[in-house]
Design a protein around this ligand. Structure first.
Ligand SMILES: Nc1ncnc2c1ncn2[C@@H]1O[C@H](COP(=O)(O)OP(=O)(O)OP(=O)(O)O)[C@@H](O)[C@H]1O
Ligand SMILES: [Mg+2]
Length: 245
């Protein structure tokens, strides 16, 4: 809406809106009320538009919070993803994009060589999840090692892992790129174990899970992979397809 600056709200109304913590309604009210007066809106319409502004503002703010809390690595979304470049079949991309697997607490493993779009794909799915109102947590494998070290001193690793499980989708990116420290292997096991049948874990790796015992101690690898793959979608990424001209 454009036009002359609408008159400010009466101070007592402004105060009431502050008191009731209705910041979006307060911001839009001068303009909405001016338009309502000029166009002789029904009072019910005024109320509806004002409350609608508050609801929309809160939703925008909650989405921004979920996005920031997820700490995505690049900020990329599927808006710049080219489905044809990826070696993953389009129906699989679409099926995973429905996020129904997250509702069923299933896991997702994407593996394949470097530069094939694994991180981008997981980030795209993560962004869809936050847009759908779901909390997402993003880790690189080594960050789980840092977490274990930080919480081992006061024996609060279990608590820290439980806090991660507030997210509906937990992403562990970049398994196999760097040597896996014993702490990272422990953190990964604890996370996969705690999330088992409760939350979705999505993992990207240069190594197929069958080869995880080359990356971490064999017993730990077996226990982790058993739980990870029990209800999981596995997608092997190959080199990007050349663009079609
Ligand atoms: N389907 C796609 N559409 C557009 N760009 C893509 C697609 N897949 C990958 N890319 C681009 O290719 C590059 C590599 O992708 P990405 O970082 O996701 O690979 P990766 O498999 O995670 O690699 P690494 O194993 O090294 O982490 C990025 O610049 C990414 O934007
Ligand atoms: Mg990657």
């Amino acid at each position: 809406m454009s036009g002359p600056t609408p008159p400010p709200l009466p101070p007592d109304l402004e105060l009431l809106l502050r008191h009731m913590h209705l910041p979006y309604m307060r911001r839009m009210a001068p303009e909405v009320l001016a338009t309502a007066r000029a166009q002789r809106w029904d009072p019910a319409e005024v109320l509806k538009v004002l409350l609608g502004e508050e609801v929309a503002g809160r939703e925008r703010s909650a989405l921004a919070t979920r996005r920031a809390q997820a700490a995505f690595p690049t900020g990329k979304t599927f808006s710049t993803w080219d489905a044809n470049l990826s070696s993953i079949p389009a129906p699989t991309q679409t099926a995973l994009g429905t996020l129904e697997w997250i509702g069923r607490h299933e896991n997702l493993v994407v593996c394949g060589p470097s530069g094939t779009g694994k991180t981008f794909f997981l980030e795209g799915l993560g962004q869809l999840a936050v847009e759908a109102g779901l909390k997402v947590a993003w880790f690189r494998l080594e960050e789980l090692g840092v977490l274990v070290r930080r919480h081992r001193a006061d024996d609060s690793v279990t608590k820290a892992v439980q806090a991660i499980l507030r997210a509906k989708l937990i992403v562990v990116d970049d398994i196999g790129l760097l040597p896996v420290s014993p702490d990272a292997a422990e953190g990964f096991f604890r996370l996969v174990d705690a999330a088992y049948e409760k939350r979705s874990v999505a993992v990207s790796s240069n190594v197929h899970p069958a080869g995880f015992d080359e990356l971490m101690p064999k017993t730990l690898a077996t226990a982790t992979v058993d739980r990870l793959l029990h209800h999981a979608h596995i997608n092997v990424f190959n080199e990007l397809r050349p663009p079609v001209h």
